[in-house]
Write a protein that binds this ligand. Structure first.
Ligand code: UDP
Length: 412
């Protein structure tokens, strides 16, 4: 039986995804640790306490415990300001682990947890596995203004240092693996691809009209869906621009946007989106829906004719995979992991360059051809079936097994 310490410092795996700091990483940590526990592993997940009402420990299921540890003020702190608290948090994790059976490895998520994991690795002399979720140098290319304004200066250097001392750096797909090599010079032999997945018990095809009724959307008319955190990197304005270009050709077309503001630029971005709706004369055609519990999203996917993912950068893109699993054609930017999740012209359409005109053209192609829509939907479901959390957990356990017999990488 393996015992793992899983670090998720800046956001709890039990927090609501789709707003604030909650997104794909929360879903990833929650689902992966759950699958690990089902395979007999013991997971201690550590996250920062940001609310006095949070219990010290939540036993989610046998083999999976989430621990809320205080570090700094017991209140929300923007993740851009959390780096100075990583040492205090690491001390708290070490104190907790000292009371438990030894762990076989540390799995850190995001660079802040990577700093904590790095300290734990040396204190406990166990292998460090890191999943970064987003990479500063890659994000900087897609959105230089966001990175320079929001990110602590130290991030890219800290990421590189943690990578250099990790026994394994986990990438979600070969595109991210390539980015780790090119932007951070990580040696190929330390990179392991562990694709995230989708819970097929919830995310499966179903009747569109029934799904619309279930979530209170009109049964008539064509529907585009955008799901995700609302911040410039996610590209929601492109979806609005595409809708505007298509309004005459498809008078019954509307857009549902599910998600909430995220990051320092989030609130202003949401205000801009609402203003854009009014300016483009799209009032009544765009509905903003607050973040939804993860499992409930499946009904929104099934309700849609097309799911749009206009991100400027994406390390993987769980939303595109979930839509595919529900049998909904995806129109996505041809960037990052989306080029793996969406097989162009087979399971969906990739747009390059990912602007409003390109999205409008691709959406139009799907709406105009029920045959194409059906063909994409069938292939998407088949493609999505390859991604299961059990497979991800098996890969992670195999990495832990291979590392526990080797020598630890020395700090540079
Ligand atoms: N999500 C959710 N409820 C919402 C909006 C999003 O559960 O209202 C989930 C969504 O199902 C997906 C994750 O948040 O699993 C977003 O992951 P993705 O990889 O698409 O983007 P990220 O947030 O990692 O940038």
């Amino acid at each position: 039986m393996r015992r793992l310490a899983v670090i998720s410092l800046h956001t709890s795996p039990l927090a609501q995804p789709g707003t604030g700091d909650g997104g794909g990483m929360n879903v990833y940590v929650r689902e992966l640790t759950s699958a690990l526990a089902r395979q007999g592993a013991e997971c201690e997940v550590y996250t920062r306490q940001d609310d006095p009402g949070q219990p010290r420990t939540v036993t989610v299921e046998p083999g999976l415990r989430v621990h809320y540890l205080p570090a700094g003020p017991v209140e929300p702190v923007p993740k851009e300001a959390l780096a100075p608290l990583t040492e205090t948090f690491a001390e708290a994790v070490l104190a907790d682990l000292a009371e438990r059976e030894p762990v076989d490895a540390v799995h850190a998520n995001y660079w802040l947890s990577g700093l904590v994991g790095h300290r734990l690795k040396h204190e406990l002399a166990v292998p460090l596995l890191c999943t970064f979720h987003t990479l500063d140098r890659v994000k900087a290319e897609a959105s230089p203004e966001a990175v320079s304004a929001d990110e602590p200066q130290q991030r890219a250097e800290a990421e590189a240092a943690v990578m250099a001392c990790s026994e394994a750096v986990l990438a979600s797909c070969s595109v991210e693996a390539g980015q780790l090599v090119q932007a951070y010079e990580v040696e190929r032999q330390r990179i392991r691809v562990v694709p995230p997945a989708v819970d097929h018990a919830f995310f499966a095809p179903g009747d569109r009209a029934q799904a619309r009724r279930a979530v209170g959307l009109p049964v008539e008319g064509r529907l585009l869906l955008f799901v995700g955190r609302l911040q410039p990197l996610k590209g929601a304005p492109v979806a609005l621009g595409a809708l505007e270009l298509l309004r005459e050709r498809w008078p019954d077309l509307s857009l549902v946007v599910v998600g909430g503001p995220s990051g320092p630029a989030g609130p202003a971005h949401v205000a801009e989106l609402r203003a854009q709706v009014a300016e483009l004369g799209l009032t009544g055609r765009v509905r903003f829906v607050p973040p939804q519990p993860h499992e409930l999203l499946s009904s929104y996917y099934r309700a849609a004719d097309v799911c749009v993912v206009p991100s400027r950068s994406e390390s993987f893109g769980l939303v595109a995979l979930e839509a595919a699993a529900c049998g909904v054609p995806v129109v996505a930017s041809a960037v990052g992991g989306l080029t793996t999740v969406v097989v162009d012209e087979v399971t969906g359409l990739l747009v390059d360059p990912p602007d409003a005109a390109g999205f409008a053209e691709a959406i139009d192609a799907v709406l105009a051809s029920p045959d194409l829509a059906e063909r994409l939907a069938v292939a998407a479901v088949r493609h999505a079936r390859r991604y299961t959390w059990d497979e991800a957990a098996s890969r992670l356990l195999a990495i832990v097994a291979e590392q526990t017999t080797g020598r630890l990488v020395a700090c540079q």
